[in-house]
Design a protein. Structure first.
Lengths: 116, 110
């Protein structure tokens, strides 16, 4: 079956531009995570959705970052007024059930964002 | 502070040369420790979950073990296709958050 997909795969933005990154989780997956991965680093947790509810947004680095999942499937991560420090790979992961620490997360390929 | 540290940062092995990767963690009340493999340009791919000290899991040439302070990923007789970055992560109790280490970049030479 299809895995997690993300689009676009690459995005170049000028500083100050707004960007929107899309995540299509595996069909039927309840849980959805967003991570930010800087070059040479491990993924850093940004936010967690259970269906359409955003249960944890403690990892969002600033109020310029906003995530939504209005119908409990596709999710969008929006970054307003991009800065150079926002350059990173943004990873989306989904898991089948509502949150449980035992649940396996399935990652998408990521969106590589470069802010000039 | 909850933290995950992986070592070494990078490792070069000859094909067939076995070795181990280390993941040490500081988190109160560990629920689960996770190992992932990440190839360039791709998202992490799940390998193992370990729940309690003394637990071991195996998959092909990989074996993961867990103690109260650290986990090891043992690679037996590696092949070039095992070249990747190996990440470990822990779940932070009482939150929805997972903390990842910075990974070990493994290169297996033919």
């Amino acid at each position: 079956g299809a895995g997690v997909s993300q689009s676009p795969r690459y995005k170049v933005a000028k500083r100050g531009q707004d960007v929107a990154l899309r995540c299509d989780p595996i069909s039927g997956h309840v849980s959805l995570f967003w991570y930010q991965q800087a070059l040479g680093q491990g993924p850093e947790f940004l936010t967690y959705f259970q269906n359409e509810a955003q249960l944890d947004k403690s990892g969002l680095p600033s109020d310029r970052f906003f995530a939504e999942r209005p119908e409990g499937s596709v999710s969008t991560l929006k970054i307003q007024r991009t800065q150079q420090e926002d350059s990173a790979v943004y990873l989306c992961a989904s898991s089948l059930a509502k949150w449980s620490w035992q649940e396996t997360q399935y990652f998408g390929p990521g969106t590589r964002l470069l802010v000039l | 502070e909850d933290q995950v540290t992986q070592s070494p940062e990078a490792l070069r092995l000859q094909e067939g040369e076995s070795s181990s990767l280390n993941c040490s963690y500081t988190v109160s009340g560990l629920r689960g420790l996770f190992w992932y493999r990440q190839d360039p340009g791709k998202g992490p791919e799940f390998l193992f979950t370990l729940y309690s000290a003394g637990e071991e899991k195996e998959k092909e040439r990989l074996k993961a073990t867990l103690t109260k302070k650290e986990s090891f990923l043992h690679i037996t007789a590696p092949k070039p296709e095992d070249s990747a970055t190996y990440l470990c992560a822990v779940q932070v109790p009482g939150t929805y958050k997972y903390i990842f280490g910075t990974g070990t970049r493994l290169k297996v030479l033919a």
